[in-house]
Design a protein around this ligand. Structure first.
Ligand code: SAH
Length: 399
């Protein structure tokens, strides 16, 4: 019999939690009468005492409880966490040679691997952990020990996003927790493309591994003609296109000068001379390009940063996606290819498709969706938590 404090769901919400969604937001529960400490393990029950799950309480967060277990005869402790890690790493090993020094792979994908709030990326011999929930913090030392033994890593970094840290009431961190940091960018190979990635200064964990398979698929659909890669970061789509596709020339745009500099280094490393890098805002650049009458592109890749962080931002984000995609379509020759992405978990596939339909209507162009994809194999999705299916990548032909 568990001795953990019980939290009671509020009556209206009781039914939705039989579905194993790991997030319990503040208005779904009756707040405890005796204050509970942040990070306290709790049992969640319905108003008539039916057991739902076990998780951690956080009074600072809009996600009041994160659920980790839906079976009563388990214990929510560090051993259980390490078992989840072991299972997640074994899953990756089934599909890829993750122990190769030049391989980059996501080892833990938060809710998708049953560990809400923990993201672990391996970049060759280095590991970058991103913590997005206070609940994970007490387990971090054990997680780092396990990872460094299991993967014989040279160093482990722990990072948080400043905004998420504030929302979770936890310290904002960006530190090396074991080993020694690389002197400069490290080399990785993705889709037979060489990439130098700066783990000390890169965005998020360092590189966007989720788009790996989409870069290759896009490349194979890129016929002769000019390509525009908007929000290119380190040049992932452009480099794969030059390696595997046939673009005659590529214009790659990003607002980050540091990313563009690294992208140019990566281009040189692969002996590619066809890419021109431009620092610009994606909205301004696309709108200006869409007014050019003669210089149309055969391919546009559009991979903007997350535009909707929460549910309230969805309408404005959809308008922003509409604006970007409308300009992108206007930049394309008839018969051109649009690879358009959204990494906002709050925007559903139906919303994204609807936005494209509206762009088609407005531009009087036919948008034929050839293929839709999500993140690559190492980013599993929790079927009960639709927000974890954040990445949408649509491959379209535009008449
Ligand atoms: N396509 C990339 C990943 C893109 S991530 C890849 O394959 O790896 C989003 C990128 O958008 C980041 O590089 C970020 O620097 C850039 N970005 C953010 N805001 C922007 C803006 N307003 N205009 C142009 N680029 C922007």
């Amino acid at each position: 019999m568990s001795t953990l404090p019980q939290l009671v769901l509020n009556t209206r919400k009781a039914r939705s939690f039989s579905g194993h969604h790991p997030w319990v937001v503040s208005h779904s529960i009756i707040e405890p009468t005796i204050p509970l400490a942040p990070g306290q393990a709790v049992e969640l029950v319905t108003p008539n005492g039916h057991w739902i799950g076990r998780g951690f309480y956080n009074p600072a967060s809009a996600i009041r409880v994160r659920l980790y277990q839906w079976s009563e005869n388990q214990s929510l402790n560090v051993d259980w966490c390490l078992q989840q890690l072991e299972r997640a790493v074994a899953l990756r090993r089934m599909w890829a040679d993750i122990d190769c020094p030049l391989t980059a792979v996501r080892l833990i994908n938060s809710e998708g691997d049953g560990l809400s709030g923990l993201i672990v990326d391996r970049f060759g011999d280095y590991i970058v952990i991103q913590v997005t929930a206070l609940a994970i913090v007490p387990w971090l030392d054990a997680i780092c020990d396990w990872l460094s033994k299991e993967l014989r890593s040279k160093a482990i970094f722990v990072r948080t996003d400043a905004r998420i840290a504030r929302n979770e009431g936890m310290p904002d961190r960006d530190e090396l927790v074991s080993g020694s940091a690389p002197d400069g960018p490290i080399e990785l190979i993705e889709n037979d493309v060489r990439l130098m990635i700066d783990l000390n200064q890169g965005q998020k964990t360092g590189y966007y591994l989720d788009q790996r398979a989409n870069r290759l698929r896009a490349a194979k659909w890129i016929g002769p003609g000019r390509m525009l890669d908007v929000c290119c970061y380190l040049g992932g789509f452009s480099l794969a296109a030059c390696r595997w596709g046939q673009p005659s020339q590529v214009t790659a745009v990003d607002s980050s000068q540091a990313a563009l500099q690294q992208a140019a280094v990566n281009s040189g490393l692969n002996g590619i001379e066809r890419i021109e890098f431009i620092q610009a805002d994606c909205f301004d650049f696309l709108e200006q390009q869409s007014r050019e009458v003669s210089e149309k592109f055969q391919t546009v890749v559009l991979d903007p940063p997350r535009l909707a962080g929460n549910r309230n931002q969805v309408p404005a984000a959809l308008r922003a996606y509409h604006r970007l995609n409308l300009s992108a379509v206007k930049c394309l020759r008839p018969g051109g290819v649009l690879v358009t992405c959204s990494c906002s978990g709050r925007i559903s596939r139906a919303d994204f498709t609807g936005m494209l339909a509206s762009v088609a209507k407005r531009s009087r162009r036919t948008i034929q969706i050839l293929w839709t994809a999500g993140a690559d194999f190492d980013h599993p999705v929790d079927a009960s938590c639709p927000e974890t299916e954040y990445l949408k990548c649509y491959f379209c032909r535009v008449e």
